[in-house]
Design a protein around this ligand. Structure first.
Ligand code: WT7
Length: 670
């Protein structure tokens, strides 16, 4: 565990000098204002955006975080109206950025690339918005999206916001079952997808996954009316060479529509739907500890302000910079920091379809070099994977343009941090270790790149408007140094408003453990210098390569197999993925623990959830360690997973022999 004695790394002087926030004192002063006078702090920011109905200062922000006092709510700029696509596009064009590049698109294959200006992006957004309207999509309707990293994905999100439809994007790595569950939950009648996409040398047939999902929805009594399909494979280079993929995607007459058949002839103007500040903007599913995914709901005005402001200050984005976030658009990072934050700041971004390993393991560095990227945002798991290929492959490329480099998704280990800092950033670029969640809408803990010294492994300090508190098990505040539950004592504009269709679950999940606080589910430690170090989840959640999932979710999928009578899943540390899945299964009488069964179970998890959830280890467990009341003692299973016999106190175990048996039965490769 890194300690507070770890060295401080100061921002490069030139970077500091030109930064929006140049010193610790300046950060403190702005932070103080954001806490003491949120109306003024956020009001000044809000004035840079367009409000069709002006902001009512009496209703600037209201909330209740205390369940004992009534329902939880959190409202910002209530009564004002605006349109997000108008602010991201029309407003920037009026300000003279029409010919500025919004996105450089870089395909999976280096021969494929294109670009889109703000003006052209607005035209395409309007075209697709008109198509959606013509298909009967109205304000408030949900549109489910299953798309790769292509320009049409951004266009689709913004087209939804143009007409006030609520987008629900599902990461195109989820299985058809997972997608179906999410379509049905939000009752989306329209799906937008692409025929397929190459990821490295692998072809993903997205449309067939959608077909399976739609069939599944129909079984549940939910009929999808239309599926709009971008014809993508024909226009890109396949890994085998220059020959194009011929389009053999099956289309269902009357239901499925090729994007290219309807979008080009649609009108390039579409009057924006003026939305209430608290109207839903989008929903995004995240794993819940009970297994059923939670539809995190974000609304219009607050999310806009927060995505825009965090993007500006955390990446210190300046007008001629080229910013690149590698996150998939299917995750919140893709929403806030590929789409909304950058566009709200008239930024130029790179949108990358491929993987870090194709055609070679230096693709990230090649792309930074190609576009002269100034801000780069990626995940610790990617950094750890790329470290393995050594420094030479990085040094082949000119990365001297980098000023700020971000990390997100899980705690970054100091070794990976130092490599990122030294080898990629030449000890010149600042690292921002951004802690946040799907629920928080944007960064909540980080250092600002020109203002605050960095500590490898520490997230740092609260962003403007955010008030973190550490609590002990009894809900008592830990002041100064210490470790406890990471909670927040007041809202900021970007915090989620509810879980779609389930406000009760929202209140219980986030606000019932400690009345008066939003509970993150993470633990954190505050060091003597006030830096916050996020120590990881304190609930039954695991984080595999930055993908959050719940143990319950995987367990219920494993027990669907007829020969598995019980399953328990724990996280095991993994050198690249951060954590991996270590599963214990108890078989039924008929079951036999053999290669065939393990293969079946792994395939089943991939099919039910997605490839990223595949277990690394599945161990045979004739019995699980349980308390007398029947609760599985996961603490012990975590010890078995890492083969650590220091299991601690086992006096509450119903049967003590179980522990020895589990150690004896660890698979040889585990
Ligand atoms: C969980 C949220 C936020 C976008 C990506 C994940 C972990 C995220 C960090 C960080 C330590 C981090 C937390 C959090 N996490 N960033 N910089 N340091 N932990 O979004 O899927 O909602 O996951 O990811 O455990 O609760 P998400």
């Amino acid at each position: 565990m890194p300690s507070e004695q770890s060295p401080l790394f100061y921002p490069d002087l030139a970077l500091s000098k030109n930064a929006y926030v140049s010193s610790s004192a300046e950060y403190q002063q702005m932070y103080k204002k954001s806490i003491e006078n949120p109306e003024e702090f956020w009001g000044e920011i809000a004035r840079q955006f367009h409000w069709e109905t002006p902001i009512d200062s009496d209703k600037f922000f209201r909330y209740n975080f205390d369940l004992t006092k009534g329902p939880i709510f959190n409202k910002w700029l209530d009564g004002a109206t605006t349109n997000i696509s108008y602010n991201l596009l029309d407003r920037n064009i009026r300000n003279g950025h029409g010919d500025k590049i919004a996105y450089y698109w870089e395909g999976n294959h280096p021969d494929d690339y294109s670009r889109l200006t703000y003006k052209k992006l607005l035209e395409e957004v309007c075209r697709f918005a008109n198509v959606l309207k013509s298909l009967g999509v109205n304000k408030g309707d949900r549109v489910a999206i299953y798309m790769p990293m292509i320009l049409e994905a951004v266009i689709t999100l913004l087209a939804c916001t143009r007409i006030g439809a609520v987008h629900s994007l599902v990461f195109a790595g989820f299985s058809s079952d997972s997608f179906a569950e999410r379509i049905t939950d939000c009752e989306a009648r329209i799906i937008v997808t692409a025929d397929g996409v190459w990821r490295g040398e692998k072809l993903l047939q997205l449309k067939s996954i959608c077909d399976q999902a739609m069939a599944k929805c129909a079984q549940e009594g939910h009929n999808v009316q239309h599926c709009i399909v971008v014809s993508h494979l024909e226009r890109v280079t396949s890994p085998s060479g220059s020959q194009r993929h011929s389009n053999r995607t099956p289309m269902t007459e009357g239901r499925d529509i090729w994007w290219q058949d309807v979008v080009p002839q649609a009108s390039t103007s579409c009057y924006p739907e003026w939305m209430q500040a608290e109207d839903p903007l989008f929903m995004l599913y995240t794993s819940g500890s009970t297994g059923k995914p939670k539809g995190v709901l974000h609304t219009t005005a607050g999310y806009l302000l927060y995505a825009a402001t965090t993007f500006k200050y955390v990446f210190d984005y300046k007008l001629n910079d080229v910013y690149w976030c590698t996150a998939d658009i299917g995750w919140i990072t893709g929403h806030s920091y590929v789409v909304y934050g950058p566009l709200a700041n008239a930024a130029t971004s790179v949108l990358f379809e491929g993987t870090p390993f194709y055609p070679d393991n230096d693709r990230f560095w090649a792309v930074i070099d190609k576009y002269k990227v100034t801000q780069f945002y990626t995940a610790p798991t990617a950094i750890r994977a790329l470290m393995k290929f050594g420094e030479q492959i990085v040094k082949k490329h000119d990365l001297s343009t980098l000023k700020v480099m971000g990390s997100v998704g899980e705690p970054i280990n100091p070794e990976a941090w130092l490599w990122y800092y030294k080898v990629v950033g030449h000890e010149k670029a600042s690292i921002v270790d951004t802690f946040w969640q799907t629920e928080t809408g944007g960064h909540v803990l980080t250092t600002l790149p020109g203002a605050l010294p960095m500590k490898p492994g520490a997230a740092g300090f609260p962003f403007f408007g955010v008030q973190p508190v550490l609590l002990d098990e009894n809900g008592k505040e830990i002041k100064g140094e210490g470790e406890g539950y990471l909670v927040f004592s007041r809202p900021w504009p970007g915090l989620m408003r509810t879980l779609y269709g389930s406000h009760d679950r929202y209140e219980v999940t986030y606000f019932s453990k400690f009345p008066g606080y939003y509970c993150t589910g993470d633990g954190a430690r505050r060091d003597a210098d006030g830096y916050l170090w996020v120590t990881g989840r304190v609930d039954d959640m695991l984080n595999v390569s930055g993908h959050l999932m719940s143990t319950a979710e995987i367990e219920s999928v494993l027990t669907e197999h007829e020969h598995v009578s019980e399953a328990a899943v724990v996280a095991k540390p993994h050198p690249v993925k951060g954590e991996c899945l270590y599963c214990f299964i108890t078989l039924s009488e008929q079951g036999t623990y053999n290669e065939a069964l393990l293969k079946e179970l792994k395939t089943h998890v991939r099919e039910r959830i997605g490839p990223f959830a595949q277990p690394d280890v599945i161990q045979n467990a004739p019995a699980l360690p349980k308390t007398r009341s029947g609760k599985i003692m996961r603490r012990i299973l975590r010890k078995v997973a890492v083969n650590d016999r220091e299991v601690g106190d086992i006096s509450t175990l119903a049967e003590t022999g179980v522990v020895e048996q589990l150690f004896a039965m660890r698979p040889p490769n585990a």
